[in-house]
Design a protein around this ligand. Structure first.
Ligand code: GYE
Length: 339
């Protein structure tokens, strides 16, 4: 239909894209400055994906999952851009997708706010936008669908697990001292996990949250923040780390300081994501519990695109299935974990 019209001038806009993206942030897989780049034929569905960055193991698995489904063999031409943790780069990438009249825009918003204008621009250009992973606080009429995790439920799950774990445990002091390491400020993952855990914490007068600070969802920052906590507080009982990468950093800081975590350890350690390397540590008992967050969103996204291509209705909000892993059930998943 419109795609033929879109194909006219495609070459010109692709060159424009190379110019626009001259920050050098396009992936190696789809290097648009390359002269050999195959231009999509008119039957191909052109997908512009703006990924927020590559801060974590979760993110790498998420990116791979997308790149595996939107392939040439499946009839897609994928334009992938890594925004390297900058919202302005995401907005720039989305604008360039709009100017090239891609068929669909998919993006994972780094933070919730600040998307109204660019989403309106996509809507005016009649390009469906599918949001994945984190969400936006814009009016839902500005996008077609969202697919991702129930982050508040993940936070509640962490709280409920702790509730059960603490039953019958005796502390030398009456309070349960908790420290929290948060992910990217203003991101849905951080907001939901914080809020969900807090709703459970509010039910327990003796849950004492000593500190709650940003550690950027990265291992380096996780280690830094945990080292700081250890210097400042001598009586930490529970650590809530909002992703596995920060948890790896937490473990480094703890062992350097001569403490232990996990089953039978000095401190209880709660993590989120459920990546293979963290699940190995659940197995060995260093991490008490890992609240799963599913990064394999590619197949869900492709199904939404396929339905839209066929003129079928799609659900606006699509939650993916997730579990909770402890030493008891981790073996059931570990062998087949691909990320
Ligand atoms: O938990 C973390 C990543 O938004 C769900 O972002 C995602 C989070 C994930 O960096 O590891």
């Amino acid at each position: 239909m419109e795609r033929k019209r879109r194909m006219r001038g495609y070459i010109v806009v692709c060159l424009l894209f190379a110019l626009l993206m001259s920050t050098g942030c396009t992936s190696a897989q789809q290097d648009f400055s390359s002269e050999e780049r195959p231009y999509p034929d008119e039957n191909m569905t052109v997908i512009g994906v703006s990924q927020l960055g590559s801060e974590s193991m979760w993110r790498s698995a998420n990116t791979a999952s997308i790149q595996q489904v939107f392939t040439k063999e499946n009839g897609y031409f994928l334009m992938y851009n890594n925004a390297r943790q900058k919202q302005e780069n995401q907005i720039k990438a989305i604008r360039s997708f709009i100017s090239q009249q891609v068929d669909y825009i998919i993006f994972s918003p780094i933070v919730e706010s600040g998307w109204d204008t660019v989403l309106k621009e996509a809507k005016e250009a009649k390009i469906p936008v599918i949001i994945m992973d984190r969400n936006v606080d814009s009016d839902p009429s500005l996008y077609t669908a969202w697919v991702g995790s129930d982050f508040t439920e993940e936070g509640r799950n962490a709280g409920r697990w702790l509730e059960e774990e603490l039953k019958g445990k005796n502390f030398s002091h009456s309070q349960v001292n908790i420290v929290i390491l948060q992910g990217t400020p203003g991101s849905t993952a951080m907001l939901g996990r914080t809020e969900g855990f807090q709703t459970v914490a509010d039910r327990h007068e003796n849950w004492n949250i000593l500190a709650c600070e940003n550690a950027d969802f990265t291992t380096a920052k996780g280690k830094e923040v945990m080292s700081k906590y250890l210097k400042k507080y001598s009586d930490i009982d529970v650590i809530v780390s909002q992703n596995d990468d920060m948890t790896i950093g937490v473990l480094q800081a703890i062992s350097e300081a001569g403490y232990t975590t996990g089953t039978g350890g000095d401190m209880t350690l709660i993590s989120f994501d459920g990546t293979k390397s963290a699940l190995e540590k659940v197995k060995s008992g260093l991490i008490n519990v890992d609240i799963e967050c599913n990064p394999l969103l590619g197949p869900y996204l492709e199904e939404i695109v396929r339905k839209l291509e066929n003129g079928e209705p799609v659900d606006k909000i699509n939650y993916v299935e997730e579990k909770i892993f402890t030493q008891k059930n981790v073996l059931s998943v570990l062998d087949n974990r691909i990320y």
